[in-house]
Design a binder for this molecule. Structure first.
Ligand code: HEM
Length: 387
């Protein structure tokens, strides 16, 4: 269940807090209710973020050697940093993603998306199938991120290969041969990041100037590249797929009776790209009466929290604007709440507004396939054709 949690039907009852062993026998305490997930996220004293990037499949010596050869290190910087350097690093990253800077991207982004949608529409008109993941969503968030944060020069495919390898290496059940392959991909690009962290401008220069050591600068860049674009391209794909099955929502968007922003929030609630997120108990404590010994890994089931009948009127229905729709925890909460929330919302809003007419008369030829992963959905394709 841990690696395919999105397949769990919402009507199957789950205890509020329950120990579930993973594929290597480590027990995780899965937290299923909205109020309890929130409680954990809001209490950084009892529940620390230190395990956020720990590999679910322990990395064996062979793969560690490969990483070491590339100088790979991943110190606590952002998501996994419960220490004193976190507020300042977060502040610098948040500055680069300031709502004003994000909002200023809208005209450019709209032009790019409109152009792409025009091309896709022409292909569909000519009777060809199109892949809304590959041809629209995959690299779009990376292009936007590169306008806000100075990034190393690298082709989008190389960055995507690296970030998807990182999501697999740290969050998936993987065997040794695969770990070696992934370690090579991740290590190789980490070396590119290291070089850039030493000389790059913008965000990395600010981090350097604030006195953060090279490993911390690389770590911030590493996480930002993974979190700042992979999540959003996954979300766009999930949302577009959902919309192909909800013609009434598409009609409402086109008629102006359904707000695009409500569609995005309902999408985040029902189709979050990050389905779970981890914390670790800092000391012996308890949660809803369940003892939680120090060191316990807690798997916060964000996707399930968004379907909690205690907060949303119709948990399984895609009803933009319904009561409770915005109370999802897709971006986490508390001190580590996603700093890219506004950016991803903007990207999704532009994509929904621009693609609604296109989606109205397509049929899905190939729905996304999702690999096993604790936290990330990672859709691989969404192929559609004219109905
Ligand atoms: C739909 C897209 C996205 C989703 C669902 C998402 C979700 C999340 C979640 C669940 C966390 C952990 C929160 C916690 O521990 O409480 C997080 C953290 C973070 N996200 Fe996002 N994210 C998205 C897009 C982005 C984007 C576009 C960026 C940046 C460009 C970004 C940057 C970050 C950073 C830097 C953190 C770490 C914050 C910290 O530890 O202080 N994310 N995100």
């Amino acid at each position: 269940m841990l690696f395919r949690s999105w397949q769990e039907p919402v009507e199957r009852p789950w205890p509020d807090v329950v120990a579930v062993p993973d594929h290597v026998g480590v027990a995780h305490l899965v937290v299923t209710r909205h109020a309890l997930v929130r409680q954990v996220l809001a209490d950084p004293e009892a529940f620390r973020p230190d395990n956020a990037l720990d590999a679910m499949t322990p990395i064996p010596v062979g793969a560690l050697r490969i990483l070491a050869r590339h100088g790979f290190r991943l110190p606590a910087t952002l998501a996994n940093n419960g220490g004193p350097s976190h507020p300042e690093i977060r502040g610098i990253v948040a500055g680069a993603l300031h709502p004003h800077r994000v909002a200023a991207q809208r005209p450019w982004l709209t032009t790019v998306v409109r152009e792409r949608v025009g091309r896709l529409g022409a292909a569909l008109d000519a009777g060809a199938p199109v892949d809304l993941y590959a041809d629209l969503a995959a690299d779009l968030p990376l292009l936007v991120l590169a306008r806000l944060v100075d990034l190393p020069e690298a082709p989008a495919e190389v960055v995507k290969e690296f970030t998807r390898a990182a999501l697999e290496l740290f969050w998936a059940p993987v065997d040794l041969p695969r770990q070696r392959v992934l370690a090579e991909v991740v290590g190789r690009f980490h070396a590119v990041l290291r070089e850039f962290a030493e000389i790059g401008g913008g965000l990395v220069a600010e981090l350097r100037a604030a006195g953060h050591p090279p490993d911390a600068v690389i770590g911030a860049l590493f996480f930002l590249l993974v979190a700042g674009q992979e999540t959003t391209s996954q979300f766009l794909t999930l949302l577009l797929h959902r919309l192909t099955g909800t013609p009434e929502v598409l009609a409402g968007v086109r008629a102006g009776t359904v707000q695009v922003e409500d569609v995005v929030e309902e999408g985040l609630r029902l189709e979050p790209p990050i389905v779970t997120w981890r914390r670790v108990a800092a000391r012996d404590t308890e949660l809803a009466g369940t003892p939680v010994p120090a060191g316990t890994s807690l798997v916060l089931w964000l996707a399930r929290a968004g379907r909690d009948p205690a907060v949303v009127a119709a948990p399984e229905a895609f009803l933009p604007g319904q009561r409770g729709s915005r109370r999802h925890l897709a971006f986490g909460a508390g001190a580590h709440r996603c700093v890219g929330a506004q950016l991803s919302r903007l990207e999704a809003a532009v994509v929904v507004a621009e693609t609604a007419p296109l989606l109205a008369d397509v049929t899905v030829l190939r729905a996304p396939w999702y690999p096993d992963n604790l936290s990330f959905r990672m859709p691989d394709a969404l192929v559609v054709a004219r109905r």
